[in-house]
Design a protein around this ligand. Structure first.
Ligand SMILES: NC(=O)c1ccc[n+]([C@@H]2O[C@H](COP(=O)([O-])OP(=O)(O)OC[C@H]3O[C@@H](n4cnc5c(N)ncnc54)[C@H](O)[C@@H]3O)[C@@H](O)[C@H]2O)c1
Length: 390
């Protein structure tokens, strides 16, 4: 049964040891996550002469029992449970990423620029979506932030505009008729940034939201689908209604927004590009927290990107996927600050030895949306500190 959805419950459960002590023989050494990771990823050949109780051949192979250690290296802890709040509101507000001038103060390839483009980001009010949205604005794009938490989306829209003005003191208000890009040195147009409500899992809500964006911006060129969430329940106890909700937001929501943009681009005969936010969980199985439906959803995202990339290639529409590893958002930072044990477990599995920052996605998303990646479609770009290499 799911526990009440409090952070403290999650923390308490997440802090439980990953190996149930009663499964271990009394004389067994204490196992650390690092030790078990090494054993499972680089299995040593069985050597009976060493009489090592932890490396017996399997029962199936030898016809004999491998001893009481069997099952002791199980790596998923079914006691870890976390339920995402239905309104998505975690009571956390994030600050804008501080920059040093938003628009091309440093020389770089012009193909990375998104100037003149309009981008939509779902789940853009918070977390990874919020920071990726800033990356697009800093790269020259106008932006429509879509979220079911519209109040937060509106707050962040204003904060983003203020941040842009602070970093570009000579910037001028948006006026398409009057503004002549490049005429005045160092003067930049203040980007148009708007906030929109949508529950991405609801087709009617997606369609009316997309129409609202079109009437406000006139056109859309790019999309990033970051609305999504994870939950932790053991597979055999996972409430079915929560599985449907999780797949609805992560998979249906991605599909619905991508097809809304594709229909717009196809009907206006214009090229465009999209980036779906998957996860390394679409390629590996995380431990110790159980999350089978989330992992399956993220695998679906990865293959959806490849499938739509092939289907829409003829129209100049590119579709790619970014698969982040463990990223430090406001939520995960809060959890791990209070629970250093879990932080150690996760980071011990990451070759770079640290979790990612949301800012680590800024370059990846800009690259995949921009013309710099013109011949890249159907790709999965893993931004995970090397997690999936091991
Ligand atoms: N944070 C990580 O470590 C991590 C790692 C890999 C992948 N991801 C993926 O990145 C994406 C963003 O994650 P995050 O950590 O920023 O999460 P987050 O919870 O901080 O932000 C998600 C945003 O999506 C919005 N949202 C949720 N359900 C929605 C719905 N039905 N309709 C519209 N908006 C909705 C929320 O209001 C919130 O603003 C997710 O798809 C997640 O699975 C995150």
């Amino acid at each position: 049964m799911a526990l009440p959805r409090t952070t403290s419950n999650m923390l308490r459960l997440a802090a439980r040891p990953t190996t149930t002590p009663s499964l271990l023989p009394r004389t067994s050494p204490s196992f650390t996550t690092t030790t078990r990771r090494t054993l499972s990823t680089a299995p040593r050949l069985y050597d009976d002469s060493k009489n090592d109780p932890y490396h017996k051949q399997s029962t199936a192979a030898t016809g004999t029992s491998a001893g009481p250690h069997e099952g002791s290296s199980s790596r998923t802890d079914n006691q870890i449970s976390f339920e995402y709040p239905d309104d998505g509101n975690l009571g956390v507000r994030e600050a804008q990423v501080q920059g040093r001038g938003g628009v091309h103060l440093k020389r770089t390839l012009a193909t990375f620029s998104l100037e003149g483009r309009t981008a939509v980001i779902t789940g853009g009010a918070r977390g990874l979506g919020l920071v990726m949205g800033q990356a697009l604005v800093n790269s020259g794009a106008d932006l429509a932030i879509v979220d079911m938490n519209k109040e937060e989306a509106e707050h962040q829209t204003q904060a983003m505009i203020e941040q842009f003005k602070k970093e570009n003191p000579k910037s001028e208000e948006y006026d398409r008729a009057k503004f002549d890009l490049g005429k005045k040195e160092g003067v930049f147009r203040i980007p148009k940034i708007t906030a929109h409500y949508s529950d991405v899992s609801d087709p009617d809500s997606v369609n009316s939201c997309f129409q609202e964006i079109l009437s406000s911006h006139g056109k859309v060129d790019h999309l990033v689908t970051s609305a999504g969430f994870t939950e932790n329940f053991s597979a055999e106890t996972y409430p079915y209604d929560r599985i449907k909700k999780l797949w609805g937001v992560n998979v249906d929501g991605t599909y619905l927004f991508c097809t809304a943009l594709a229909n717009h681009l196809l009907s206006t005969k214009r090229p465009g590009s999209m980036v779906m936010i998957g996860s390394m969980s679409g390629s590996i199985v995380n431990v110790p927290q159980p999350q089978a439906p989330y992992n399956a959803a993220k695998a679906a995202i990865r293959h959806l990107a490849a499938s739509l990339a092939v289907e829409w290639a003829h129209a100049g529409i590119r579709v790619n996927c970014i698969s982040p590893g463990y990223m430090l958002t406001a939520l995960t930072r809060k959890i791990l600050d209070e629970n250093p044990d879990l932080a150690k477990k996760w980071t011990s599995l990451i070759p770079q030895g640290k979790m990612g920052r949301p800012e680590d996605l800024m370059g990846a998303v800009t690259y995949l949306l921009s013309d710099a990646s013109g011949y890249v479609t159907g790709a999965d770009l893993r931004v995970d500190g090397g997690y999936t290499c091991t």
